[in-house]
Design a protein around this ligand. Structure first.
Ligand SMILES: NC(=O)CC[C@H](N)C(=O)O
Length: 420
């Protein structure tokens, strides 16, 4: 794809904040785009708003540097929900990307890594970087029909990635295949400069794993929010395909219903988010997306004692969940309970897109979203595969095994309506 095409089609889809001309990097490897919450040296980090978080970062985020060093080529920066706080992919400050699966109606692309998912789905780049604090990699991946991979914390360094909620933030790839995502995770993973401890992710080993005989939990329908019937049908078929592979499927009840992880995750995002971004909002709130400001303001009055208590409770919840999950290689659910709605129908006071994903951040589970098919209206749905803490290997192995039998096989949106 030429820089010109990337500009033209990327412009109609509103995927990029900036297309690099020339692209960045001396290598000749896959092309990648960078969520505009992540620093690329010399390029403003807009953070989805009119006032940049950093007008001229001096150095690349460590993950960007690692990709460039490995021969990947950076082609641009992608739109995000402002300060990454929101799951629909809306943005009243600088505009929302279009979901490429519907050229007739502007549908929610999912967020917050909206532009990254749209750029990958539309073939404007091979892979992209996103961040995930409550679902922001998996949600747009599912809504746009691509693979999203959120590692557990501490695997991919967040140096040079602007905080939303430091105890929940993760960095990871969006890609058109599980293997492409796994290779990016391998490249960006490993100890950061401060010496964080997790070893490098081994993509080849994960992709070569034999999943036959693995035991997997599926969430009972009654433990989930209302699932759209078409999404439920695709989900049922996905489970059947995994069972045919020789995976042992067990319907199971988690220690608590998912809503019990959703709520404290939202609370922590707001409380930590206000601490990280309160000054920016105090200075620029007038020109910010008012819904984003509202979400941050929900955390304004959280005291240090409340925050400490919430984090202690979270550690206890994580231990309880780890014990429960010990016999299972993964836990499955639909990534999103509903297909992407028209952007005009979005209710900013509700977060159904995050209903299934937030538990992954709260409990620090690695997780992937893999396309599982299209609804009758031609809208993508994703299968969420959550793993045990720090077990990205099983997540990638199962994601690859499912992808191979999903029937999806590189399906792409018809971009004619966008002039593609
Ligand atoms: N950055 C994020 O991951 C936010 C995701 C989503 N908006 C949520 O509320 O959970």
């Amino acid at each position: 794809m030429s820089i010109d095409q990337r500009r033209r089609l990327g412009g109609r889809l509103h995927a990029f904040t900036q297309v690099f001309d020339p692209p960045l990097g001396a290598g000749s490897g896959p092309t990648f785009a960078v969520k505009d919450l992540i620093d690329v040296a010399g390029v403003p980090t807009g953070g989805g708003g009119l006032v940049p978080l950093d007008a001229a970062p001096a150095v690349h985020a460590l993950a960007v540097q690692r990709l460039l060093d490995a021969g990947y080529v950076a082609v641009g920066k992608t739109h995000t929900v402002e300060l990454a706080f929101g799951g629909w992919g809306t943005n009243r400050s600088v505009g929302a990307p279009c979901n490429p699966w519907d050229a007739a109606v502007h549908r929610a692309p999912g967020g917050s890594s909206s532009g990254s998912a749209v750029a990958v789905a539309a073939g404007l780049c091979d892979v992209a970087l996103g961040t995930d604090t409550g679902g922001s990699i998996r949600i747009p991946a599912a809504a746009c029909g691509v693979v999203g991979l959120k590692p557990g914390r501490g695997l991919a360094p967040t140096q040079g990635v602007h905080d939303l909620a430091p105890s929940l933030d993760t960095l990871g790839p969006l890609a058109r295949s599980v293997a492409d995502a796994a290779w990016v995770l391998e490249v960006i993973s490993g100890p950061d400069v401060a010496g964080a401890a997790r070893p490098r992710f081994d993509a080849a080993a994960a992709l070569a794993s034999d999943v036959r005989g693995w035991k997997i939990a599926v969430l009972a329908m009654e433990d989930m929010p209302a699932i759209d019937p078409q999404v439920a049908a695709l989900y049922g078929a996905a489970i059947g395909k995994l069972a045919d592979l020789g995976v042992e499927i067990e319907t199971a009840r988690t220690p608590r219903p998912f809503a019990d992880y959703f709520i404290p995750n939202g609370w922590l995002m707001a409380a930590e988010g206000w601490r990280a971004r309160g000054a920016h909002i105090a200075a620029n709130g007038e020109v910010m997306d008012r819904w984003v400001v509202k979400r941050f303001e929900a955390g304004r009055d959280a005291t240090d004692a409340q925050l400490a208590q919430a984090l202690a409770r979270r550690a206890a919840d994580q231990r309880e969940f780890q014990d429960w999950m010990a016999p299972y290689a993964a836990l499955l659910s639909p990534t999103l309970p509903i297909p992407p709605p028209p952007i005009d129908d979005v209710d900013e006071t509700a977060s159904p897109f995050s209903a299934m994903t937030r538990a992954g951040n709260y409990l620090d589970l690695p997780a992937a979203s893999v396309p599982m098919g299209l609804t009758d209206a031609g809208l993508p749905a994703g299968l969420q595969i959550m793993g045990r803490m720090a077990d990205e290997t099983s997540v990638v192995a199962l994601a690859a095994a499912f992808e191979a039998v999903s029937g999806w096989s590189g399906r792409r949106p018809d971009l004619a309506g966008f002039g593609g």
